[in-house]
Every structure is written in C-alpha cells, then in structure tokens.
Design a protein around this ligand. Structure first.
Ligand SMILES: Nc1ncnc2c1ncn2[C@@H]1O[C@H](COP(=O)(O)OP(=O)(O)OP(=O)(O)O)[C@@H](O)[C@H]1O
Ligand SMILES: [Mg+2]
Length: 258
C-alpha cells in the first residue's frame, strides 16, 4: 500500500439557501514515501481544502485519505508527524525568530537542550542563524518566510505540507528558496506535498506533478518528472515539461487563454 492514498475523495461545503458547494469531486492518487509531489491547480480549486483533509482538520464528504495505513479523519490520526508551511509566514511579532521556531518544539515537550540544538540547526539550514535574536518585523518578507520554513522543519515532520510557501515572494527570493527547499528535501528524505499554481515551480521542484482542474476539482494529469536533482532551473527537459503542462492547462480550460 502507498504511503499516502487518496481514493474517491469528495468534499462539499454546505451553503445557506443553496445547494452545497462542490469543491473536490473524486480525487484519486497514490504518493510514495520520500516523494516531492506538487499539487498544481488554479486559485479556488480546493488545494488548501485537500491539505486540510490530509492534515485531519476537516472531514471528507465521501471517499478517503489513508496515511501510513490509517484512514485520516478529524477523529482518527496516524502517528505520522505532519507540519504545514503556509503562504504567509504567520509568525508571532512579539517573539524573536528563535522563539518563533522554538515554540512548537516546546509544545512537543522536548528537552531544553534539544530545543536549542534544533532551533540553531534549522535556522542555519535556512541561512538565518545570524538573525535569531531579531523580531519578525525587522526581517524582509522572504526572510520571514524562511523562518516559517525553519519552524515547519524543526518539528522534523514525516510529512511536510507546503501551501504555496513561495507565492508571496519576489522571483529572486523565490528562486533561491526553491533551491534551498529541494536541498533540504534531498538531505532529509521526507515526503513533501507542495501546493502551487506556478507550473514552472511545480516542474522544477517535484518528483511528480498532480494537476487538478478548476472547482469542482478532479485530477486532470499525473506526471512523473524523471529529471535527477539537483536541477538546473533552465534545464531543457524541464522547459519541455512546463510547456506540455501549460498546453494541458489551456486544453483543460477549454480553449485559448492569451
Ligand atoms: N471552511 C469552508 N467553508 C466553506 N467554503 C469553503 C471553506 N473552505 C474553503 N471553501 C471554499 O472551497 C473552495 C476552495 O477553496 P481553497 O481554499 O481550498 O482553494 P485553493 O485551491 O487553496 O485556492 P488558492 O490557490 O487561492 O489558495 C473555495 O470556493 C472556498 O470558498
Ligand atoms: Mg489555498
């Protein structure tokens, strides 16, 4: 059985005075342990909803999500450790960078020495060890996002859910962080689900791209990216894949989009 299996997953949200809003209309996929899967789809198609269900924060209307052999619901969890990195850094402004990264570790009741060690290690990994005593608002947006990445990684999750973590950044910072992100994935060997609406980003990062349609979402395309890491962002094969996926997207949208 696959590490993560999504089978016939449907999700609708009730609406007052109207039929329920159908968001996910029967998603199926399997993800192997250690994969870096990009979930690619347009705004509003249900990507964050999907991550919430995988994270046990919301229930499916139909179908199932199975993680390490256990069906995930809001009531039942596997013992897979999950962390989420969001589109916005969501740091506590009155706590230093170090304290922000340490907070979830304190909630895990780790020993003080372990918390100190992990905080230093992951701040170093994202290149921010020199800024540990800064407050978030003293950092640039990209640096704040790196703190949020360090906080997500310091938990040492088995599964990292990254919800458009670079989409609020300028292209220069995003490029650098993507490289760093892949390096961290390669070093830690963890399973990552990476949500994005950026086709180039999906192709550059992942071992597999799952392209979903506009709402109600279903899987439109599942594509392995068999280019070894570390990749060159200007690799011709990646360009060809990007072009192919863009073509599929235009077809999915039912015609030409300028
Ligand atoms: N808790 C909720 N209650 C009602 N409707 C919801 C809820 N959460 C999401 N939705 C609806 O589900 C649809 C999908 O939302 P979702 O946030 O999953 O999209 P997304 O693909 O993550 O979009 P984006 O790329 O803009 O972040 C939207 O129409 C949204 O209004
Ligand atoms: Mg979203």
């Amino acid at each position: 059985m696959a590490y993560l299996e999504i089978a016939g997953l449907k999700k609708s949200f009730p609406r007052a005075g109207a039929a329920p809003l159908e968001v996910l209309s029967g998603l199926n996929t399997k993800v192997e342990e250690g994969a870096l899967l990009s979930i690619l789809g347009p705004s509003g198609c249900g990507k964050s909803t999907l991550l919430n269900i995988i994270n046990g924060l919301d229930n499916a209307t139909n179908g199932s999500v199975t993680l390490a052999g256990i069906e995930v619901t809001t009531q039942t969890r596997s013992d897979v450790k999950i962390s989420v990195v969001f589109q916005q850094p969501r740091l506590l402004p009155w706590q230093t960078v170090r304290q922000n990264v340490a907070l979830p570790l304190q909630e895990m009741h780790l020993h003080a020495a372990e918390i100190r060690e992990r905080t230093e290690k992951y701040l170093k990994l994202v290149g921010l060890d020199e800024f540990a005593d800064y407050f978030p608002l003293q950092l640039s947006g990209g640096m704040q996002q790196r703190v949020s990445l360090a906080r997500g990684l310091a938990i040492e999750p088995d599964l990292l859910l990254a919800d458009e973590p670079f989409s609020a950044l300028d292209e220069f910072s995003a490029r650098r962080l993507r490289q760093e992100f892949v390096r961290i994935w390669a070093e830690t060997g963890k399973t990552i689900l990476f949500v994005t609406h950026n086709i180039r980003e999906a192709v550059f990062l992942s071992t597999k791209v799952l392209m979903i349609t506009t709402r109600p979402a279903r899987v439109h395309l599942e594509l392995d990216v068999d280019v070894p890491h570390m990749r060159n962002p200007d690799d011709d094969e990646l360009f060809a894949l990007e072009k192919r996926i863009t073509g599929e997207f235009l077809e999915m949208e039912g015609g030409s989009v300028a």
